[in-house]
Design a protein around this ligand. Structure first.
Ligand code: IFM
Length: 824
């Protein structure tokens, strides 16, 4: 069954039933002010950090109704009946209450219709601003005049750190209070003892560091308010039946030693056919700022240029800001648009997978409905991988973040496990020093962290043409600085310096798998293949730079490493996963548990270490033994006996997450590996198995939003095989995007040109793509009338025929018509 559909034209996902199997969310805002909102308006907002900059509350894991959120109530003052502009929290029967939620690119529109009263709320954070807008419009579709009260509400935190707010009430309740003035509630935290304490407007900000938040109403006047949560809700009540709404009157009280809250009531009358508009404003800022915004959003001249198919117009300010948001997002997404025979592929490539990549990139695992971001920095491996998902769409932000991550590399070549938000290149402590653990809670290097730099750097250079980046000098995290080229060389050295008895790199505290503790002498095949791949990439750079010493060095290392891999880890038709310090072989075919692992097989192919028969053999074995209809399991069978201290995933129920679950991130690598060896049908089969959009009509099984990837799907050992978990902020967004762009679509930039070498299902007889490459528009038509999976006979560029699939930048004009003819 489905709960909604994609609207490709508007780049929206439209939810038509509000009782979705889980809250289906969207992200609004920027790195300075973030907001998560579900299809029922639940969720939270924060400044910079979901944990440390929390503005409004949200109770993770709160029964089946995730609450609270950005609720707007509507009360019919004739009969006292009331409902909400989103189905939650009042939850009227869905046969009489109609609603629709449109999640778009950084905005969400929720509409309702009940008893001939129609409402529509547009939620967004204006571009680069630190407040949010809830633009609410209401219309009387009945034949009678209606007397209505509208209540908007926001449950403030009493402390900006969610932990203090949640578990330390003996402190947090006594540092926060609210005030009401001229259409807004102002919340002040930490004003006592500061010069600002007497200054409820927050105009002076000299001592004590007070924090101000506001909840205001523009466009209508406030008839009553509640600045204290429990006065609005009432005792032994909840958001479904607040006493203020039921009785028809907020209490006009503010909070002092209670729970800071913003509820604003306005009373309106609507003639038949008449509509009204108002805008609730929530954000970080003082009273003067709130009043400035209230007057800005009070103007209601209408315009209808939002192309939103709604029955309401938008006011000019709102329309302008919505347009700005759409332009910002759509222009980035517009750098690659595809038209394949599969709409589920198109919706993901064109909008949702791409948008998720940006959201994951911006928020780096920092805030969702599963966690709220306790880390005070960027995880190294996650962040460097996330960059890969957006390089084809925005090289400038990719470069900036890549520079930061290179400056988070220690001079010994390893990555800092966490690059703090206040990272100071050249001055940071390292995991070898207790200071670093004190600051971050991390005291060990991961084996893989800096190795992710290789695919990310080469992809950035080839997409952008910015070869000079290789010689850019960037500081190390702790001391000294070096060119990017030398940073990469040091990253290799880090793993060479940490090896085990089979001549393979150590797995250290973790390789990609956070649950595998192989230690300083145990060895990881995943890292071995990553290192092999890194060496290949470094060899390519060394050749381009003409450094014969480095070429010789790297060639020798490649040979040696490959020798060790083949000698110790190849079991005839599969690679093992690793060796523990006491000699146990993880992932040997002779084991009774976890005898075949996905990642070493797939990475043997991606790295180039396995080719030809060997590559076919390992991928065939994966297909035969790990594949399910919802993707491939991370390994099988699950750990039930073997476990700690090495295999920490054994703590998870069998079939779940890293313990034989269908971990989502490696699915992208699997698809990519299949495209490398030319299996377009199988790559597409894997893609479809894990494509959220392809599960749209089976949404109650998957549970997560059908427009975004989650962290993991339950494997065959659980009773809920196919159910997915942990939405939005997952590296899956980038790995699957990479597999689509560079693997299936075959858009492979080179230093001075681009290869277009698709690997597709053989029944895609033709498809189209538009890609912006180095500021040139490439309008590409792929002709596969021969029905092959891979292979290009020739291309034509603006009518000129070129054999093979490589197009030099010299051939390109500002706009280009390219035909790619596939075939044997
Ligand atoms: O690779 C990790 C990632 O860093 C965080 N989530 C789990 C992955 C696999 O363990």
């Amino acid at each position: 069954m489905n709960f909604g559909h994609f609207n490709a034209v508007n780049k929206e996902y439209v939810i038509t039933r509000p009782d979705t199997p889980a809250p289906w969310c969207n992200y609004l805002g920027s790195v300075d002010y973030g907001a998560i909102i579900s299809n029922n308006a639940t969720g939270y907002s924060f400044v910079k950090s979901g944990a440390a900059g929390r503005i409004i509350r949200f109770r993770l894991n709160s029964m089946s109704n995730d609450q609270p959120g950005r609720f707007i109530y509507i009360r019919d003052n004739e009969d006292g009946d009331y409902w909400s502009g989103s189905w939650q929290p009042v939850c009227k029967a869905i046969d009489s209450y109609k609603s629709e939620c449109r999640h778009g690119t950084a905005y969400t529109i929720i509409s309702s219709s009940y008893k001939d009263i129609e409402s529509r709320t547009l939620y967004y954070v204006p571009l680069d601003k630190n407040y949010e807008v809830w633009n609410f419009r209401i219309k009387n579709n009945s034949t009678n005049k209606r007397s209505l009260s509208i209540y908007g509400m926001a449950e403030f935190t009493n402390h900006d750190h969610y932990e203090n707010d949640t578990v330390n009430l003996q402190y947090s309740q006594f540092i926060s209070r609210t005030h009401f003035k001229e259409n807004h509630i102002l919340q002040v935290i930490n004003a006592n003892g500061s010069e600002a304490s007497a200054d409820v407007e927050g105009t002076s900000n000299k001592k004590g560091d007070p924090i101000y938040r506001f909840f205001g109403l523009a466009g209508q006047s406030v008839s009553a308010f509640d600045g204290e949560r429990d006065m609005f809700i009432g005792n032994y009540r909840n958001y479904g039946n607040p006493v203020a709404v039921e009785s028809g009157k907020c209490s006009n009280t503010v909070s002092y030693n209670g729970n800071s809250f913003g509820a604003l009531q306005t009373d309106i009358e609507l003639n038949p056919g008449e509509e009204a508009e108002m805008t609730f404003l929530l954000g970080a800022g003082n009273g003067a700022f709130a009043r400035e915004l209230i007057s800005k959003y009070a103007t209601v001249e209408k315009t209808d240029n939002c192309s939103c198919e709604a029955s309401f117009d938008f006011s000019q300010v709102v329309s302008h800001e919505l347009k700005q948001l759409k332009t910002f997002w759509h222009s980035r997404l517009g750098n690659l648009q595809v038209e394949t025979p599969d709409d589920n592929f198109n919706n993901m490539a064109n909008v949702w997978n791409a948008y998720q990549c940006f959201i994951t990139f911006f928020w780096s695992r920092a805030a969702s409905f599963q966690y709220c971001g306790l880390r005070n920095g960027l995880g190294y491996r996650d962040t460097v991988q996330d960059i890969q998902g957006i390089i084809h769409l925005d090289q400038n932000v990719a470069r900036e973040r890549l520079w930061l991550m290179l400056s988070g590399q220690v001079s010994n070549g390893g990555g800092l496990p966490l690059v703090k938000f206040d990272h100071r290149p050249g001055e940071e402590a390292t995991p070898d020093e207790s200071q670093y653990a004190k600051e971050t809670g991390q005291s060990f290097y991961r084996a893989d962290d800096a190795l992710w730099l290789f695919p990310t750097v080469i992809t950035y250079i080839k997409e952008s043409g910015d070869w000079d980046f290789i010689d850019e000098s960037i500081p190390y995290a702790d001391k000294g600085e070096a060119t990017v080229y030398i940073h990469l060389k040091q990253a290799i050295q880090f793993n060479l310096d940490r090896q085990g008895s089979h001549g393979l790199p150590a797995g250290l505290y973790a390789d990609w798998n956070d649950c595998l503790r192989l230690g300083s002498k145990g060895e990881s095949l995943f890292v071995a293949f990553q290192l092999y791949y890194a060496l290949k990439i470094f060899e390519e750079f060394a050749v381009k730079k003409g450094s014969s010493a480095d070429i010789a060095w790297v060639k020798g290392l490649l040979e040696e490493l490959n020798g060790s891999i083949q000698k110790s880890a190849w079991e005839g038709d599969q690679y093992v996963r690793g060796f523990t310090e006491d000699g146990y072989i993880i992932g040997s075919k002779n084991n009774s548990e976890a005898s075949l692992w996905l990642n070493p097989q797939v990475w043997s192919v991606i790295s180039g270490a396995a080719e030809g028969e060997q590559a076919n053999a390992v991928l065939d074995k994966v297909y035969a033994n790990l594949n399910t209809k919802y993707g491939a399991m991370l390994f099988y069978p699950a750990f039930r006996e073997y476990g700690l201290p090495v295999a920490r995933m054994s703590l998870f129920n069998a079939g779940t997450k890293e313990n034989a679950g269908i971990f989502s991130q490696p699915q992208g690598w699997l698809i990519l590996a299949e495209t490398i060896i030319g299996n377009g049908n199988r790559a597409y089969e894997y893609f479809t198995e894990i494509n959220p959009a392809a599960m749209n009509d089976n949404a109650e099984k998957r549970k997560l939003e059908p427009y975004i990837h989650g962290q993991a799907t339950e494997g065959t050992d659980t009773q809920n095989h196919g159910r997915s978990h942990v939405h939005w902020l997952t590296g899956t967004a980038s790995t699957v995007m990479v597999s689509m762009v560079y693997g299936i679509l075959g858009l492979q930039p080179e230093y001075d040109g681009i290869k277009i070498n698709p690997c597709i299902p053989s029944n895609w007889t033709n498809f189209k793509m538009t890609k912006v490459f180095r500021n040139n528009v490439l309008n590409i038509t792929v002709d596969n009338s021969q029905g092959v999976e891979k292979g290009v006979k020739y291309v034509t560029v603006n009518g000129k025929r070129i054999d093979g699939c490589y197009i030099s930048t010299d051939e390109l004009k500002a706009t280009n018509e390219i035909v790619v003819v596939m075939g044997e």
